[in-house]
Design a protein around this ligand. Structure first.
Ligand code: NOJ
Length: 551
């Protein structure tokens, strides 16, 4: 079937279920809550939803440790409630994509339990190795919990886990495992879902022989499993199923540059429709959030430019700033002091690029980082590991805590702030996780009827994006790549043009329109300050943004 590429007209809302909205009062966000909030998502202008995992799971990694791929966790309302949400979303013209987590399962998955006992056909579903003299099979590190190997007393072998100990890696080289994956894809597509966000999909093919890695000091092994030898064969195999359903696939692809991304997203190769790249979140850190650097607008713009230009006409971009794996963008690339201004500016800086935007729950009201006073309040397996181990060298606990404030995934996993009511209106029960103290000031209810709120700016920006075909199809130009403070980009299609001016700084900067743009003749469609022109330009206010339209 010829793909329709419907996702090019989509704007996705990313739901991290346990913190979105609790509909049954047990303190955990669920699908009853999602059902109640579909109108809210629709009013934001989103016509797609990505669900982080909803499957049954022991929750060691908040659902990214799946124990049954063909069900919905009762914690979230079970399968019947999922079908209700799916139908209600479809009735509203919204598409739904699921998280596909098949690099690893939970160790409580039936496959793993049988594999440990060598029960066929599960014996080789995972990556098991013997190793003499108590040595580990190789020197790889896991991303979350120390070395990547765990001894299993029952089978008397080590198993590979690239993430937490309770997340054993599947052996994708086993054709039966790939058949299982295709079965899972079919199961959800038959049920009516519209596609998948594929978790760390570039990790699924490991280098033959699992050799030692002497190059990557912090995450040894990465070079031997990221973009492994058979990754493209496997993705092609999966694509055959997906194509029957016109499904959208977006693969999570850590440490991938735009040029190499074409190996995955070039439409002629047809493997993934788009990737979630990590470079866009590296403008204030080095490769990982745990190695902070000063924010650099120039670095951010280089990434935008590289992805916009390299993929143009060949593949498709995902546009995002936030998800459940990173601290809040307003606290990173924006300014909590200029909360409303910088929240809106950040929206304008990415929503008009070419690609499919994703908005993470709470981003649209400018939720900021949660900063606990006590390290024991962190739930996230990765944060706990970093706090206890990676950051421990001679650093006092207070410094380590501050470090986590800036880097932890929990900074962005607190309950959605719906109102100024107790628990931010997230639950009538006891919330499963801490609520950010600033919820009385930053919440949906307060922004709902304020025409100048971040929320209403997002609504206007998304509506504009969906109304103008040039945002979907037009060319992209960065007009001032060298500026360390302004991001000035335009989109053009035929006689229509859009010019977006964003200041990433507090101090005033003199902006002059690029040649060919007469601001007095443009329609100023979006702005975060009232501001007059000064010649064919203006002097920016803190984190100012303007969107001009020319025809
Ligand atoms: C990426 C997911 O987004 C993250 O939340 C998870 O912990 C890892 N993959 C492992 O599944």
């Amino acid at each position: 079937m010829e793909p329709s590429r419907w996702y090019r007209d989509s704007v996705f809302y990313h739901i991290w279920p346990r913190s979105f909205f609790d509909g049954n009062g047990d303190g955990v966000g669920d699908l009853y809550g999602v059902y109640e909030k579909l109108d809210y998502i629709q009013a934001l202008g989103c016509n797609g939803v990505w669900f982080s995992p909803l499957y049954p799971s022991p929750g060691r990694d908040c659902g990214y440790d799946v124990s049954n791929y063909r069900d919905i966790d009762p914690l979230f309302g079970g399968m019947a409630q999922f079908r209700r949400v799916l139908d209600a979303a479809h009735e509203r013209g919204m598409r739904v994509i699921m998280d596909l987590v098949v690099n690893h399962t939970s160790d409580e998955h039936e496959w793993f339990q049988k594999s440990r006992r060598r029960i066929p056909p599960y014996t080789d579903y995972y990556i098991w190795r013997k190793s003499p003299f108590g040595r580990l099979p190789n020197n790889w590190d896991s991303q979350f919990e120390g070395k990547a190997w765990q001894w299993d007393e029952l089978r008397r072998e080590y198993y590979l886990h690239l993430f937490a100990v309770k997340q054993p890696d599947l052996n994708m080289d086993n054709p039966r495992v790939r058949e299982e994956v295709k079965g899972i894809l079919r199961f959800w597509l038959e049920l009516g879902v519209d596609g998948f966000r594929e978790d760390v999909i570039t990790f699924i093919s490991k280098k033959d022989g699992l050799p030692n890695d002497y190059f990557m000091p912090a995450t040894r092994g990465l070079g031997h499993y990221n973009h492994g030898p058979r990754i493209h064969d496997y993705l092609r195999e999966f694509r055959e199923v997906l194509d029957d359903y016109d499904a959208f696939t977006v693969g999570e692809a850590p440490l991938l540059g735009a040029r190499r991304a074409l190996d995955y997203v070039d439409e002629k190769r047809g493997q993934l429709n788009a990737v979630i790249q990590s470079e866009v979140m590296n403008a204030d850190c080095f490769l990982t959030d745990y190695v902070p650097t000063p924010f650099s607008a120039r670095r951010l713009k280089r990434v935008f430019d590289s992805w916009q230009r390299t993929l143009d006409g060949k593949g498709w971009n995902v546009l995002y700033y936030e998800n459940h794996d990173h601290p809040r963008v307003l606290s990173r690339y924006g300014s909590e002091k200029y909360h409303a201004a910088s929240g809106k500016m950040l929206a304008a800086s990415y929503l008009f690029q070419k690609g499919t935007p994703f908005i993470y729950q709470g981003q649209e009201i400018g939720m900021t980082n949660w900063r606990p006073k006590n390290a024991a309040d962190y739930e996230d397996v990765q944060t706990r590991w970093h706090y206890r181990n990676q950051l421990s060298f001679l650093l006092p606990p207070s410094v380590r805590l501050k470090w986590c404030h800036r880097a932890s995934r929990d900074s962005a996993r607190t309950p959605m702030q719906w109102s100024g009511a107790p628990n931010a209106g997230f639950t009538t029960g006891v919330p499963w996780f801490h609520v950010n103290e600033n919820y009385r000031r930053i919440n949906v209810a307060a922004q709902e009827n304020d025409p100048d709120s971040i929320l209403n700016f997002y609504r206007a920006a998304v509506a504009l994006r969906r109304r103008l075909p040039l945002v979907r199809d037009g060319s992209y130009t960065d007009h001032d790549p060298l500026s360390g403070s302004l991001y000035v980009y335009s989109r053009a299609l035929g006689a229509e043009r859009l010019l977006v001016v964003c200041s990433f700084v507090e101090r005033p900067v003199r902006f002059r329109a690029p040649s060919g743009f007469d601001l007095a003749r443009g329609a100023l469609l979006l702005k975060n300050y009232d501001g007059a022109l000064d010649g064919n330009g203006f002097v920016t206010k803190p984190y100012e943004c303007r969107v001009y339209y020319f025809t």
